[in-house]
Design a protein around this ligand. Structure first.
Ligand code: NAP
Length: 253
């Protein structure tokens, strides 16, 4: 086991699936104990089993991140259990069918901004007092390549993911005096259950032909960027975007 994150405590939202699960398991393999949040308790339990396989402590926090009281209570329970949270990964996310701007209704908008923006905002608000007291902490927001390039017919998703970049920059400035580092990972299209629910695998294979590196990312490849920003090697990086997009600079070739 790499000692870089030995006995650190990470809290990962949306860790029952995809990128969040890969990040939780990789952080455990690098030494972290992990609080595993997801709206779905059974998928969170599966991730917890994988964390325990790495001989680390796992705590399942079943909560909807867009429910402020629930996520704050989840952070409080994790702090009680582990004594502290060193790393927060704001990863929980939802997708949507493609919809024209005029077809996106208020519930669609509220769900998108509720999970991605409100969820990250209040989870971060809840971990910051402990991090300030210890004058140490890492916050990693999972944004999206679409925030940089604009997803056609997904403007509510694009806007929510772009908001995370603004929050990253504002929090990095505000929290630097407390030695809390705040960064964003900006993944390109990654083969996860979120994507597989909307695109058949043969369509995925067709799309990737036009991308510079010729394929979609795997969740593990995004997790490497998250684990890097969580590590001491990234202690002098704050307020930045780590764009792990496989060269997918839209519009493609
Ligand atoms: P995923 O496989 O669907 O994983 C997301 C997880 O978050 C799921 O377990 C989901 O549970 C959970 N979740 C959803 N709403 C939640 C809530 N309100 N509270 C707590 N947990 C919740 O998707 P993914 O692709 O790994 O996405 C992870 C993050 O990466 C998201 O923020 C996404 O926007 C971002 N991202 C993904 C891609 C990509 O191409 N995959 C690219 C760029 C950025 P359910 O399954 O029960 O809904």
């Amino acid at each position: 086991m790499s000692p870089t994150l030995l006995d650190r405590v990470a809290f990962v939202t949306g860790a029952g699936s995809g990128i969040g699960r890969a990040a939780a398991v990789l952080l455990a393999e690098r030494g972290c104990h992990v609080a595993i949040n997801d709206i779905d308790p059974s998928s969170a339990e599966d991730t917890a089993a994988a964390v325990r396989q790495a001989a680390r402590v796992a705590l399942v926090i079943a909560a909807d991140v867009s429910d402020v009281a629930a996520i704050k209570d989840g952070i409080r329970r994790a702090e009680q259990h582990f004594g502290r949270i060193d790393i927060l990964v704001n990863n929980a996310g939802v997708s949507s069918d493609k919809r024209a701007l005029e077809d996106i209704d208020e519930p669609d908008f509220d769900r998108m901004f509720g999970v991605h923006v409100k969820g990250a905002f209040f989870a971060t608000q809840a971990v910051v007092p402990g991090m300030k007291r210890r004058r140490s902490g890492k916050i990693i927001n999972v944004s999206s390549n679409w925030a940089l390039h604009g997803a056609t017919l997904l403007s509510h998703y694009t806007g929510a993911k772009a908001a995370l970049i603004g929050l990253t920059k504002a929090w990095a400035r505000e929290l630097a005096p407390f030695r809390i580092r705040v960064n964003a990972v900006v993944p390109g299209s990654t083969v996860t259950p979120m994507v597989l629910r909307r695109l058949p695998i043969d369509k995925i294979r067709e799309i990737e032909q036009s991308w510079p590196l010729g394929r979609w990312l795997e969740p593990q490849e995004v997790a490497y960027s998250i684990a890097f920003l969580a590590s001491p090697e990234a202690d002098m990086i704050t307020g930045q975007m780590l764009v792990a997009n496989g060269g997918q600079d839209f519009p493609g070739p």
